[in-house]
Write a protein that binds this ligand. Structure first.
Ligand code: MG
Length: 313
């Protein structure tokens, strides 16, 4: 049993290292380039985290949304909410622009105004979630997600953050939305009791911040949106997390170093298979390099990758 488990683990790590990436790459390459967008592909429900477009979107939001629809995107996850506005535009106006382009706003990334969570600022955080949740419920969003990691330098601090996440979850749930948390790589660093910093590395003792989040948040109040690229950058296999926490990870950020599939370091085929096997379907493409001046191209190339991938429904 052990040797089989070790083998599977080994195989999985190979995939992370890109050694099996050729397998996924071949699956894509095996399709003729002319098969680009079939009718079946056009029905794929591809989402985009609009952070990917950076300032390029702000030049012409209605026009940019129409371009996204033409590329094959169907849903959006917002970024840039602030006090009833999204990127400086009234939320309901922003929603109308999406509606007019035929895009559905499913989710939104929002962060409370403080990074250090204390008993003293708990009310500030709660008030933030009340207004933010009400605003998003009014707009018709289906998920509300926190993407910024609060300060977690010790086990105790991390567990207090979990208490605050549960409180946020209650408030957001009362408004009719589920509350989720989105990771970067630092959540896979470890903390110790009484510690003063997070540390990466298998030789360091302690618990991973992400694992503490999973163990100490109430599944009825807090779900997880796993950014699979940042999980890999945190030296983890997202597929293992998807298997182990099949009912907690309900959304994905599908992301690569830049354009999807180009680096060879992401095993998207296995990630999608496990996510679907878990019973979930909503995900958002995210493309980095948001100030490149080529954001729309990166976002289009990433949509093409998914439209051509036989493992994406
Ligand atoms: Mg992300």
């Amino acid at each position: 049993m052990n040797s089989r488990r070790d083998f599977l683990k080994h195989a999985s790590l190979f995939a992370l290292g890109g050694m099996l990436a050729g397998k996924a790459g071949n699956a894509v390459a095996a399709q003729p380039a002319t098969a680009a967008v079939t009718k079946v592909d056009a029905a794929k429900r591809i989402g985009l985290q609009i952070y990917s477009l950076g300032p390029e979107l702000d030049k012409d939001v209605p026009g940019g949304m129409k371009r996204l629809k033409q590329m094959g995107y169907q849903t959006l996850e917002l970024a840039g909410y602030n006090n009833g506005k999204v990127r400086g535009i009234d939320m309901m106006e922003f929603k109308k622009m999406a509606d007019d382009a035929g895009l559905e706003i499913l989710s939104s990334h929002v962060n409370p105004p403080v990074r250090e969570y204390t008993k003293e600022n708990l009310n500030t955080i709660k008030e933030y979630w009340k207004k933010t949740a009400d605003d998003h419920a009014k707009m018709g969003a289906k998920y509300l997600v926190q993407p910024g990691q609060p300060s977690t330098r010790s086990v105790e601090e991390t567990k207090y953050v979990c208490e605050v996440f549960n409180e946020a979850g209650k408030i957001v749930k009362a408004a009719g939305l589920p509350f989720g948390y989105h990771n970067h790589d630092m959540e896979f660093a470890k903390v110790v009791p009484g510690g003063t910093e997070m540390k990466f590395g298998r030789h360091n003792k302690g618990e991973k911040v992400y694992d503490i989040f999973l163990a100490n948040t109430d599944p009825s109040l807090v779900f997880f949106e796993m950014d699979v690229y940042w999980a890999v950058m945190g030296q983890q296999d997202p597929v293992e997390y998807l298997k182990k926490y099949a009912d907690r990870i309900k959304l994905l950020h599908i992301k690569d170093r830049y354009v999807l599939g180009a680096s060879g370091m992401m095993n998207f085929e296995q990630i999608f298979k496990q996510f679907y096997a878990n019973g979930y379907t909503d995900y958002f493409v995210e493309v980095e390099d948001i100030n490149s001046g080529h954001q729309f191209q990166g976002v289009k190339d990433s949509a093409d990758y998914l439209l051509n991938a036989s493992f994406v429904k």
